[in-house]
Design a protein around this ligand. Structure first.
Ligand code: FES
Length: 103
C-alpha cells in the first residue's frame, strides 16, 4: 500500500495546470494534461532546475534553467543537457481530490 498525498481538488488542478507538493522532502510536480494526471520529480537531473516552472509543450516539460526536455508522462529524457530520465509517481483521484503516491 502506498502513501497517498493530497495535491488539490480536481477543480483546482484543471487541464493545463500543475502543482508542486512536498512528498517527504522530495518536490513532486503534478500535471493535468488534457484531463489526465501525471507526476514527476520537480528536480532536473542536470543541475537541479525546478521543472514545474518550465514551459509545457504538449506532454513535454522544458527545464527553465538550460532547456533539457522530459516527457511528463514517462519521465524519459528527450533533450540535452540532461541525459538521465526523471522519476514518475502514480496519481489517482478520490472523491474529487487529486492524490499522488509519495512513498
Ligand atoms: S538544470 Fe535543467 S537543463 Fe540544466
Amino acid at each position: 500500500m502506498g502513501n497517498w498525498l493530497d495535491v488539490a481538488s480536481t477543480d483546482e488542478l484543471a487541464p493545463g495546470m500543475r502543482r508542486v507538493v512536498d512528498a517527504d522532502g522530495l518536490a513532486v510536480a503534478v500535471f493535468n494534461l488534457g484531463g489526465e494526471y501525471f507526476a514527476i520529480q520537480d528536480i532536473c537531473p542536470h543541475d537541479g532546475g525546478e521543472l514545474a516552472k518550465g514551459v509545457l509543450e504538449g506532454e513535454v516539460i522544458v527545464c527553465p534553467r538550460h532547456g533539457a526536455r522530459f516527457s511528463v508522462k514517462s519521465g524519459s529524457v528527450l533533450g540535452p543537457p540532461a541525459y538521465e530520465d526523471i522519476r514518475t509517481f502514480s496519481v489517482r483521484v478520490v472523491d474529487g481530490r487529486v492524490q499522488v503516491e509519495a512513498g
